[in-house]
Ligand binder design. Structure first.
Ligand SMILES: [Zn+2]
Length: 358
């Protein structure tokens, strides 16, 4: 399948500016053979623009070609549940990962997440985009393990990972929510409009240290919750040693160029390097299919290419906007889903902010 020439642009972002005229976001995909367009209301876009994956929802509505690139790979594990919004894969005994597939416009979940079960504790990872996503994950945990989640961990504040967290706290069930204080504060401050149930859920969170690794004993199995940073001010990864499985949050996007909207690039690079393991490992990305070493290493190389070009542009005195607009990844790195033309300039701007020390 030749997708080498897929290019997309999101143009006319706020064409026809008065909101009352129901302006549309026009999404156009160019490929070597196909040209598609679709319209999505501006209001809908704005409502989700705080999400690092708002573009996923936009792209998914209009770009079925991308699905073949980014999501429709052979699952690493056995698929135990298929939904319009994602597939739940059994990764190992007592470990499942949801790979969200926001292709048909169902936004119940947009990010990946998972379940890790021990004898005493069932840990759910991520709050998902909507409470229905968390409820679904909790019901699956009950079906697969016999227990509703007893704990929930949020990897970072972005709305597609956190906004549905209150969905776990229903029907007399009150799992312990775990997040860093920074993540809790950012969920409340930035994920608007506010939702009282979400606010109550994160305000009731037991706090994770921003500096120290915490080990959760699930009963016959331990999970390390590792504070990291770089995608946002406060990220955490959830890590198992036997078998070796890393839930990376949005520090890893498989075959997709990540959103640098909140990124501090040097911290992002350091965190990504720290996630990498020398032994056989399954990496659960924040978005995209599950990966092993080749996919993770390719992601590291992609970030390195952006860094190299951004540093060169900074030295040359080229603007981040111009350099980012001209940037292309080398063909040797294979195919990447780029959700918006603005992603490279945004990444370059993040690098320039760091290089200027601002
Ligand atoms: Zn994110």
């Amino acid at each position: 399948m030749a997708f080498a020439h897929i290019r997309q642009c999101i143009s006319g972002l706020f064409r026809g500016s008065p909101v009352e005229h129901a302006p549309v976001l026009e999404v156009i995909t160019y490929s070597n053979e196909r040209h598609m367009s679709s319209s999505i209301s501006r209001r809908d876009f704005l409502a989700r623009s705080g999400s690092c994956a708002a573009h996923l929802a936009l792209a998914a509505a209009a770009m079925p070609l991308l699905s073949r690139l980014a999501w429709a790979r052979t699952p690493l594990g056995a698929v135990v549940a298929r939904e319009p919004f994602g597939n739940l894969e059994r990764v190992a005994d007592g470990v499942w990962a949801l790979v969200s597939t926001p292709l048909g416009g169902d936004r119940t979940t947009l990010s990946n997440g998972g379940i890790i079960a021990g004898r005493n504790v069932v840990l759910a990872i991520e709050g998902f985009n909507q409470p229905q996503g968390a409820q679904w994950m909790a019901a699956k945990a009950k079906e697969l393990t016999g227990r509703w989640p007893t704990h929930v961990a949020l990897t970072h504040y972005h709305s597609d990972h956190a906004n549905g967290v209150a969905g776990y706290l229903t029907g007399g069930e009150h799992p312990t929510v775990r997040s860093t204080a920074r993540t809790r504060d950012l969920v409340i401050a930035r994920n608007l409009p506010a939702d009282p149930a979400r606010t109550a859920a994160v305000n009731g969170a037991e706090l994770l240290s921003p500096t120290d690794v915490m080990t959760l004993d699930l009963g016959g199995r331990s999970v390390r919750v590792v504070p990291r940073a770089g995608h946002t001010d406060s990220d955490v990864s959830l890590e198992l040693d036997d078998p070796s499985i890393v839930f990376c949050g949005d520090l890893f996007w498989n075959a997709m160029v990540p959103n640098f909207v909140d990124a501090v690039p040097t911290k992002l690079s350091a965190s990504v390097q720290a996630l990498r393991r020398s032994r056989e490992t399954i990496y659960v990305p924040g978005h995209g299919a599950l990966g092993r070493a080749p996919e993770f290493n390719r992601y590291v190389a992609m970030l390195g290419e952006i860094e190299r070009a951004a540093r060169q542009a900074y030295v040359d005195g080229t603007s981040a906007a111009d350099a980012g607009a001209r940037f292309e990844l080398p063909a040797s790195l294979g195919e990447w889903t780029l959700f918006s033309k603005g992603f490279y300039p945004r990444a370059f701007e993040a690098w320039f902010r760091e290089l200027k020390g601002t």
